[in-house]
Design a protein around this ligand. Structure first.
Ligand code: SF4
Ligand code: SF4
Length: 479
């Protein structure tokens, strides 16, 4: 029985409710009157300077996803762009993954780290190696990391993860610093989530992979991850432990995308209903080629057009949730999706354990094939050339703006007063410390232009002063 307030996975992600939603969406996919009503509901409304967006329910968003009408699709894209512009402006936050260990006791059949893969090299970073990786990342200009690790209570227990976080935060190399560590590790206990919270993590990210229970159990035949309920209820335990910001995601390609999309939104609605705050981010990975993994054996792959529609509809349905896209996707796909609602991208990623300290991108411990292999400087320049403002901002979590506090600032549009100047401050740091001359030149021009788009005179003055201070060698200003 469907109940979004239930704490039982099978009730808040009720299979019957997903099927009912999909049938209803199919029945109404050409109901233009209803579709227009839904689009209107999702459109931003303005009250003076404040912009408000209502978002959509899983049912409403599923109807739009089912609709094949070209005119409706154009309207969806236009609306997604409008919402993106209203809440995120041109800013794109940049981060990098850091792989700590690929030891894993699970049997996920889409991931090369599954424990039946006997030929992949297993590796776990020592603290010295973590330090070297972090220095390499800092030397590129990164400030925000997402740590990744397989699940293995012997090789990667929670104590190991906590030690790595401590090491990462402790390293200050030249002007570098990692200011936010997001964590992507297996579902765990409330007690362990409390320890992660105390360690000062940013967002706790856990991909559901698929919400379809039967498929989930087949795709995870062995190991603790086989337990669908334990995995699906992880975010509730994380939030119970005080972690305010959680990140959802499904691996598109494993199941039918319409099923995943409806269930993903049901998960977001559940978190909002129970904890008063929805997901901080949603990631949209697609299955990719990797050692031991051929994406063609999964029959639910989605083409670029469908993928773009999913991203646009996610932006419309949950306007206040960040959308993350990784280097799994090519430059051209990323270009399109940035306009439709993506707010965070990874840059210069190495998806192998210890990859950043190697001259050449190593593949022997790689989790997936990286399509976008450009350097961070190239990614920053590309973003600027595409009309975006690259941001290395990590201010919110450091200022205690998390969970419902963050969401209420977001919903009143006030967060914009912080995001925009912080983007310029952190871009300036990047230009001073890490950029090539070419990037620096266009970056400086962008900053000069964007200062004038800060509406508040007071903020503009402080910003100008901060930028001057950065030129003098001072760092880490924030709003
Ligand atoms: S997806 Fe995660 S849990 Fe599954 S095999 Fe890969 S690293 Fe292990
Ligand atoms: S001010 Fe907050 S919401 Fe805005 S970019 Fe920085 S961390 Fe993100």
């Amino acid at each position: 029985m469907y109940n979004k307030k239930s704490l039982k996975a099978e009730e808040f992600i009720s299979h019957e409710e997903v099927l009912r939603t999909l049938a209803y969406a199919e029945k109404n996919k050409n109901n233009i009157e209803l579709i227009e009503k839904i689009l209107k509901k999702a459109s931003p409304t303005r009250n003076g300077k404040q912009v408000h967006c209502e978002g959509l329910t899983h049912e409403e968003a599923s109807i739009l996803l089912a609709c094949d009408d070209k005119t409706v699709l154009d309207k969806i894209y236009k609306l997604a762009e409008e919402i993106k512009e209203a809440f995120y402006g041109d800013r794109i936050v940049i981060f990098a993954p850091l792989y700590l260990s690929n030891y894993c006791v699970n049997g996920c059949i889409y991931c090369p780290y599954h424990n039946q893969n006997k030929h992949i090299l297993r590796k776990k970073l020592t603290q010295e190696e973590v330090k070297a990786e972090v220095i390499a990342l800092q030397d590129m200009g990164h400030k925000r990391l997402a740590i990744e690790s397989g699940e293995d209570p012997i090789n990667n227990p929670i104590e190991y993860i906590l030690e790595c976080i401590k090491t990462i935060y402790s390293i200050k190399h030249k002007n570098g610093a990692i200011r936010r560590v997001n964590v992507n590790i297996a579902a765990t206990t409330v007690e362990n989530y409390r320890l992660l919270k105390e360690a000062g993590i940013g967002t706790y990210i856990l991909f559901q992979e698929t919400y379809h229970k039967e498929s989930y159990e087949k795709l995870h035949p062995t190991g603790p991850k086989h337990n669908y309920a334990y995995h699906t209820e992880a975010m509730d335990r994380a939030m119970e432990a005080g972690i305010d910001d959680v990140g959802l995601g499904v691996l598109f390609g494993l199941e039918r995308y319409k099923y995943e999309f409806a269930a993903l939104l049901m998960h977001a609605e559940h978190l909002e209903a129970v904890h008063g705050v929805g997901p901080h981010t949603i990631s949209v990975p697609r299955i990719k080629k990797a050692d031991d993994i051929d994406p063609n054996v999964f029959d639910n792959g989605i083409d670029d057009e469908t993928f773009a529609k999913i991203v646009a509809l996610t932006r419309i349905a949950v306007p206040y949730t960040g959308i993350i896209i990784s280097t799994r996707e090519s430059q051209s796909v990323r270009e399109k999706l940035l306009k439709l609602g993506v707010s965070q991208v990874s840059g210069a990623s190495r998806t192998s354990v210890g990859g950043y300290t190697e001259e050449e991108r190593p593949t022997e411990t790689e989790q997936f094939d990286v399509s976008d292999q450009r350097t961070l400087d190239e990614v920053v320049r590309w973003l600027i050339e595409q009309g975006h403002i690259p941001s290395f901002c990590t201010a919110c979590y450091r200022e205690g703006r998390t969970g419902d506090r963050f969401m209420s600032l977001c919903k009143t549009g006030q967060i914009q007063n912080c995001c925009h100047p912080n983007a310029l401050i952190t871009l300036k740091e990047f230009l001073e410390d890490y950029a090539t001359d070419e990037t620096k030149k266009i970056g400086e021009k962008l900053i000069e232009k964007e200062i004038n788009n800060v509406p508040n005179e007071n903020v503009r003055e402080i910003l100008r002063n901060n930028l001057k201070q950065i030129e003098k060698g001072n760092r880490d200003f924030r709003f």
